[in-house]
Design a protein around this ligand. Structure first.
Ligand code: ZN
Length: 306
C-alpha cells in the first residue's frame, strides 16, 4: 500500500516536472529533457576536433589537451586538470591515431588545470618552463586548502545543476565544471600529487621530430610565472596557453606581476611568425583568430610601454 502510494506521488511529481518544463521552457523543453537523459554520461560531453591530418584537440568543457601525431610518437600539449578525465582523453587519442607511444607532454604553464593529467603519460618526457617546477610544488604543498576550495566549487555547481529549470548551455557548463573539480578532488583524495616536469628549459628550446618540429619560447611572467608560446612551423600552429582569450584580452591578475621587458621580447617573437600561422590554439582548446592575436599584441604592448 505504502509502495503504491509512493509510486503515485512519484508519478505526480514526474508529470508536474514535465508540465513545468513544457510551460517554462517553451520550445526548448524537449532539448532540456534530452540533456537530462545524458548528463550521467561524461563521455558524451567529450568533444574531439580535427585541426589537420596530424592534430586533434580533445575537450571536456574548459578541459583541453591537444595531441600531435608525429612520426616518432604522440606529443601532447597540456594535460588537463585531473588524471581521471585525462585517462579518458588518452584512450580517445590512442584510438584515433592507432598507437600509444606518447613521447612528450608539454605544459604551456604550471597551473594545475594544465598539468593535472601529466601522470597519465608515465613514459613521456614532461616538458615545461623551469618556473613551473615551483608553481606545481607550491600547489602540491597546499593541498588541504585546494581541497576545501574544490569542495566549495563542487557545491556551487551542484546547486546550479539542481535548479528547477536550466537551459542546455548552462547545464553543459555547470556539469563539466563540477566534473572537472570532482575529478581533481579525487586525485587529492587518492594521494595523487601533480606530476612535476622532468625536463625543463629557461628561455627557449626547439624539439625536433622526424616530420614536425616545435619552437618553445618563454614569454615572461604574465598569466603565470611559466607561460610559454609553442610554434609548430610545419603545421603552422601557434599555441598561446592562457596568455589571452577572445578579443585579445590579456589574462593576468596583477599588472605589476608582468615582466614587461620579457613580454615585449615575446611579442617580437610572435610578430616574426605571424605571417606563417594558420591556427591559434588557446590553453582551453579555444581556436583564436588572427584578430584576437593582433589585439593581444597591441594590448600587451601598451601595458608594457606604460
Ligand atoms: Zn592558467
Amino acid at each position: 500500500m505504502k509502495i503504491l502510494l509512493m509510486r503515485k506521488i512519484n508519478m505526480i511529481l514526474l508529470l508536474n516536472s514535465f508540465l513545468y518544463l513544457q510551460i517554462f521552457a517553451g520550445c526548448h523543453y524537449h532539448e532540456s529533457i534530452l540533456w537530462n537523459e545524458t548528463i550521467s554520461n561524461i563521455d558524451s560531453f567529450i568533444e574531439v576536433r580535427n585541426i589537420n591530418a596530424k592534430t586533434i584537440i580533445v575537450t571536456f568543457g574548459a578541459d583541453a589537451i591537444t595531441a600531435i601525431n608525429t612520426n616518432n610518437g604522440i606529443v601532447v600539449i597540456d594535460a588537463g586538470i585531473s588524471s581521471g578525465l585525462t585517462l579518458k582523453y588518452r584512450h580517445i587519442i590512442e584510438k584515433k591515431f592507432q598507437k600509444n607511444n606518447f613521447i612528450y607532454v608539454i605544459n604551456t604553464h604550471g597551473h594545475p588545470d594544465h598539468v593535472g593529467g601529466n601522470n597519465v603519460f608515465p613514459n613521456a618526457t614532461i616538458l615545461g618552463q623551469i618556473n613551473s617546477i615551483n608553481e606545481i610544488s607550491e600547489h602540491n604543498l597546499n593541498l588541504s586548502n585546494v581541497k576545501i576550495s574544490m569542495e566549495n566549487l563542487i557545491t556551487e555547481y551542484d546547486s546550479i545543476l539542481g535548479a528547477a529549470y536550466i537551459n542546455a548551455e548552462d547545464y553543459h557548463h555547470a556539469f563539466t565544471q563540477k566534473t572537472r573539480y570532482q575529478s581533481a578532488l579525487n586525485d587529492i583524495l587518492n594521494d595523487i600529487p601533480l606530476k612535476i616536469p622532468n625536463s625543463t628549459f629557461s628561455d627557449s628550446m626547439d624539439v625536433f621530430f622526424d616530420d614536425i618540429s616545435l619552437n618553445l619560447f618563454y614569454f615572461g611572467r604574465c598569466h603565470s610565472k611559466s607561460d610559454i608560446l609553442i610554434y609548430a612551423p610545419e603545421l603552422k600552429i601557434l599555441f598561446t596557453g592562457d596568455l589571452f582569450s577572445e578579443y585579445g584580452r590579456p589574462s593576468y591578475n596583477n599588472p605589476l606581476f608582468i615582466d614587461k621587458e620579457l613580454c615585449k621580447r615575446g611579442v617580437s617573437w610572435i610578430k616574426q611568425r605571424m605571417g606563417a600561422v594558420d591556427v591559434i590554439i588557446g590553453g582551453h582548446g579555444q581556436i583564436l583568430s588572427e584578430d584576437d592575436l593582433n589585439l593581444f599584441v597591441s594590448n600587451i604592448l601598451s601595458l608594457c610601454n606604460q
